[in-house]
Design a protein around this ligand. Structure first.
Ligand SMILES: Cc1cc2nc3c(=O)[nH]c(=O)nc-3n(C[C@H](O)[C@H](O)[C@H](O)COP(=O)(O)OP(=O)(O)OC[C@H]3O[C@@H](n4cnc5c(N)ncnc54)[C@H](O)[C@@H]3O)c2cc1C
Length: 417
């Protein structure tokens, strides 16, 4: 395993960086594993890491149809926060934030977790009431969140336009200071390297074409482009493609897949100190360490697997950003892209066991699952290893859509990033 240290950096610099060993070997599938994980995004790789580290299960393969981290993990705008309304969500996302804080040390990988604060702007009386309700609920759950006046929000984020003549004047903001961003690729790479070092096989460019079940209905393995792989436990972490993968095991999920877009500007000097989100004008923005303004848009109105979204949405988003930050009106945009997000009716994840013995699912993160990566991966590993949910993910069942015990973050937030 390649270790990063001051010494190794110096040694490799002296040989023109040509002698670095690969961070993880390119594995070929073995005939059998204890656990197969479908999807090498942050969630799947993280699950493999915690299976090996905390449960001693190392005969694990993480299989991806493309390249590792090439799904939504490498396409998202990296906002991390835990100021969700409901107790169940607050526990899950705050568990993730707890893990984010020590993740760089844990993985010995600079994932660039930056605790820079997330401001959620209120533009209407409804926003004010809704965010203040969130703040009270969060505080009861021990999640930091506080109210700022418009002037205080401006002091926290100087480029913000708080003119009362704006089309959507800022009436105040909720601030979670513990929230922030992290480097998305590094999260996938860090987990991949650490999992691989503990014996996990990471198999790329190998679509899983079917989940195979035996005569008693239990999982027996997966069919892949590289042949059949035997496994009594299969965990699916395939984001926007979850319904397709789970459909091969005859499991139907209440998911719809939509394109979600983002875009970045040309890089500029540091000028934007935090993350700002606005549900009403429907846009959010931060600045990456490279200097690009990272801007997120909404989902398309129609379902699709195209991995690119409609231009109208980008136009709307850019107009919203200029409304809130007129100072950025002459910035040039560098590139845009899309990912396919899997959305549940209550906008909360499905994370746990399925009606099929040996089959586990981690999906429904929609537009906001990057922030959950370490927490979701951690409790998924527990669920797979013990065949029972961790108390944190116990409420995030598939059954809630039949029992009606929803975790209705859909009603609680318009923008779920
Ligand atoms: C534009 C955009 C912005 C976003 N912004 C944020 C944000 O700011 N904050 C936030 O918290 N979340 C955000 N999200 C959501 C977040 O990116 C996802 O919820 C999260 O990254 C999902 O991680 P994952 O590991 O489950 O999925 P992914 O990273 O998508 O990994 C799933 C993997 O499964 C693989 N796969 C699929 N089908 C198969 C198959 N048949 N065989 C093998 N492999 C398969 C895919 O190739 C993929 O690599 C955003 C998403 C997008 C698209």
């Amino acid at each position: 395993m390649t270790h990063f240290s001051a010494f190794s950096l110096l040694k490799n610099a002296l040989s023109a960086n040509e002698n670095w060993r690969p961070q993880w070997p390119a594995a070929e599938p073995k005939a059998e594993y204890d656990v197969v994980i479908v999807g090498a995004g942050g969630h799947g790789l993280g699950c493999a890491y915690y299976l090996a580290k905390e449960h001693g299960i190392t005969k694990v393969a993480v299989i991806d149809k493309g390249w590792l981290g090439g799904g939504n993990t490498g396409r998202n705008t990296t906002i991390i926060r835990s100021n969700y309304l409901y107790d169940e969500s607050a526990r899950l996302y705050d568990h993730a934030v707890d893990l984010w804080e020590g993740l760089a040390q844990e993985l010995n990988y600079n994932i660039m977790y930056s605790r820079r604060g997330v401001l959620m702007l209120a533009h209407t009386v409804h926003d004010v009431q809704s965010f203040q309700r969130h703040i009270h609920a969060n505080r009861l759950n021990g999640v930091d969140n506080r109210w700022l006046t418009a002037a205080e929000a401006k002091a926290y984020c100087p480029p913000l336009n708080i003119s009362p003549t704006a089309r959507y004047p800022v009436m105040g903001a909720a601030l979670q200071e513990r929230a922030g961003t992290a480097r998305h690729d590094a999260v996938a790479w860090g987990y991949a390297r650490a999992a691989s070092a503990r014996g996990v096989d990471i198999i790329q460019n190998c679509p899983v074409t079917a989940i195979r079940r035996g005569p008693d209905g239990a999982v027996v393995g997966v069919d892949t482009a590289k042949g059949f792989i035997k496994a009594k436990k299969v965990a699916v972490s395939a984001a926007g493609n979850t319904s397709v993968v789970m459909g091969t095991a005859d499991v139907r999920l209440p998911l719809e897949s939509y394109p979600l877009q983002a875009l970045v500007s040309e890089p500029v000097k540091p000028c934007f100190p935090c993350v700002v989100m606005s549900n009403t004008v429907h846009a959010y923005i931060s600045q990456s360490n490279k200097g690009e303004l990272v801007i997120g848009s909404g989902t398309d109105q129609y379902t699709s697997y195209s991995q690119r979204g409609g231009l109208a949405l980008i136009e709307h988003t850019v107009a919203a950003i200029v409304e809130m930050f007129p100072v950025f009106s002459r910035m040039r945009m560098l590139r845009m892209w899309g990912g396919i997000v899997d959305v549940t009716p209550d906008r909360s994840a499905i994370l746990g066991k399925t009606p099929v013995k040996g089959l586990y699912v981690n999906c429904g993160w929609g537009t906001g699952g990057f922030k959950a990566t370490p927490g979701a991966a951690h409790v998924l590993a527990h669920t797979v290893a013990r065949d029972e949910p961790h108390p944190i993910n116990a409420p995030f069942t598939l059954e809630r859509f039949t029992t009606g015990r929803l975790i209705d973050e859909a009603a609680a937030a318009a923008v779920a990033h």
